[in-house]
Design a protein around this ligand. Sequence first.
Ligand SMILES: *Cc1c(COP(=O)(O)O)cnc(C)c1O
Length: 367
Amino acid sequence: MKIPFLDLKVQYKQIEDEVLPMITKSMANGAFVGGPQVAEFEEEFAGFCETTYCIGVSSGTDALRFALMAVGVGPGDEVITVPNTFIATTEAVSQVGATPVFVDIYPDTYDIDVSKVEEKITSKTKAIIPVHMYGQPADMDQVLKIAKKNDIAVIEDACQAHGALYKDRKAGSLGTAGCFSFYPGKNLGAFGEGGAVVTNDEEIADKIRVIRDHGQAKKYYHDMEGYNGRLDAIQAGVLRIKLKRLSDWNNARRKNAACYNEFLSVLPAAKIPTEAGFAESVYHLYVVLVDDRDGLQKHLSEKGVATGLHYPLPLHLQKAYDHLGYKKGEFPVTEDVAERLLSLPMFPELTREQIEYVVTSINEFLT
Ligand SMILES: *Cc1c(COP(=O)(O)O)cnc(C)c1O
């Protein structure tokens, strides 16, 4: 049996009948960048996240960068985040001129270890970016408490957590601003690049609208230099069609995760994901911890099961961050997890039979 890591084609088939007329209509209307379709998506996604504002941008990386700029992070500032995330989180920090400062993660949820944040706060700290890894929100009450006490902004990296819940609130809606990616493989994915920032702060929303559009609030009158960072109309159209189904798709992912958990719980050699009491994960990824991770990955590949590594080399050990001066051993949990974590196939349309086959193949290797 061949099992893909992610199957975007099967999802496309479900919505093809709605997508094709939308594209034809958009073409005929001549609205390609921004415009009413983008405004409608922004309103709907703000509604979904239960925030007042949503600003569509061209990627999750831009969402993070623009949010940092809008809260006033710039050269000389420090921003606290985790070393086990995708590099886009810290690229955004560096690209506004600030320096990423890392904090280790919890060994069970893989999210930021809030007990280690305060010791990293200095007079230069301007923001903290909790990353809701693999679809599970970080411990936001604690993050917000520390941020309030130290008067720093909280920019949620919710790029893997569309629709995830922290207590009864949506990921991305709890901090100063929340950032989303609509890269095709995300839980809500466009047919190309896309992203969004959500916030309840009108001033931040206004700033981001200007930043994403070359620094202009009025055409050709530039209060500042900005970016070409807008969302395309066709991508917004695709996202509107998919947003209606997102809760169902997230529920299907949760069901698949429960199915994996059920089959894998009899295999103590593979540690299944832990869901914190305050969290409802949307399982962007389903990850297991195993000692011989590379061996298992090879075995699964031979069995036709595609897997992924998220992420094999922590950011503080990447060549790109040599200049920050971190050493191996500084973030032991992140470093351990990077060597033992394996992402199994996860998408809404995965069947029970496919999950059973993946687990049987894991069992063969581990016993
Ligand atoms: C995907 C992702 C991003 C970046 O999003 P892009 O749309 O690819 O720029 C940022 N942070 C995390 C955690 C992500 O998974």
